[in-house]
Design a protein around this ligand. Sequence first.
Ligand code: GLA
Length: 509
Amino acid sequence: MRSIVVLVAGLVLGWIDRALDLSRTFLVRWIGVKRLHWISKHLVPWSLLYWIGGTLRRNFVMWRNCGVILGVVLLTWKTQSRLLGSSGNGKMQTKWNVTAAVPLPRRLVYDNGLGKTPIMGWSGWNKYECKINEKIVFGNTDALVRHGLDQLGYNYVIVGNISQSHGFFGYYFLCLDDCWAAYKRDKQGNLKSHPTTFPSGMKALADYAHSKGLKFGLYSDAGRRTCIGHRAGSEDHEIRDAKTFASWGVDYLKYDNCFHKKHYYPHLRYPVMSEALNKSGRPIFYTICEWGEDHPALWAGKYANSWRTSLDVKDRWDRIQILADDNNMWAAYAGPGGWNDPDMLQVGNGRMSVAEYRSHFSIWSIMKAPLIIGCELRKIREEHLEIYKNKEIIDINQDPLGIQARKVSRQGRCKCREVWAGPLSGKRIVLALWNRDWRRVAIKVNWFDLGLEPGVSVRVRDLWKHEDWSERQQDGFEVAIDSHDCGVYILSDVRLTSDNVYVIADHVF
Ligand code: GLA
């Protein structure tokens, strides 16, 4: 973009130069030689006029040439660096080259002992945005507990014959997003909560969450101000703010990406808060929110427990699909301790159908995304609550193997009938048949797509219908799925044929 601006500026200067040149001719023609002589004799000496005109013109010619040459050089450099797969301005890789990077060896380990499975919780941002206050937060916390969302009973899982505890209790993170903070810090330079909307302060909210057996999450920004534009951010105050968060009893920090110093890229800014949190004396789950700008899957695993992979979620079918596809590219980088985050859940906000919400929840769960409820819990409708409470799907999300399922085939002329799959603990496979088409269609799964040998037979369980199929399946099967809906299945009891090995999503059993 910049190179085109320079090039156009050069050409414009060229036109001005040409216009000046012409205007001299016209001046002589319109004003007449006699009058010009009179002007130069009585008003401005002709030599001065001549000098000004000449200098101006020489300068214009010079700037035009510089603009054109610089523009062409910049354009060539940009095109070349794009072909080489780097944007050449300190960013890591351009988007279109990313798929090539995915199969490479991947995980980076940030071991603060947290996030062994994706976190689950509630946040008010998708529903209330900046119109939030402590009354709303208290009300939704009570509703979360009333609906039993915090106690879904997934505090252990079975791995083979061993029961492993990983300390999970359902949707148990209460997360405050933007707009909790005051416009300015206090006199000592500390962050403080907004006096009108959160008069009790953050410590009181954290205490309330803890008293209900929940964890408490807060939001800040790796810039001067938060994304809403007028609340204090944490840039250059990282150590002080991390200590403040710890003293309030914060268990989770979402760190956003607005109003930061120019050319100070995310992979330089985000580690600073990571270190500060580690030194704060309290284990704090750290989630990076830089919208996938700097391809965080490639570097954030060293510093954080999760990282956003794309734009903000919206309660819209097209946006859900974009986020799923963006997040899918980075599957190889997710795992216990560090997860890809396609943003929060919109189920219940009312702009999508129940089938679409089911797809949203299914794909987020199998992608091992953080499951953060983003709707009003005080008045949630039964069919939406049912989606959030599907324990069998949650169990996939919380599987201790922690491997992100990915898209393995696309069918139909539209390529919008999709098969997603991934390995689970206990030698099981999760399979999702996602119909992005506008009508009900049959979607087919072949063992080939899953890396299973032909002839291998499996048991199948449907996780939305909560039923086991009576017949074992061999080689594959086909299911009719409603428009925009998604079927989720577990394949288990895999009976192998020849080599006793199968591979799915790079994972060898
Ligand atoms: C950004 C983030 C959102 C939300 C808002 C708050 O847009 O991506 O998730 O936190 O800021 O202002």
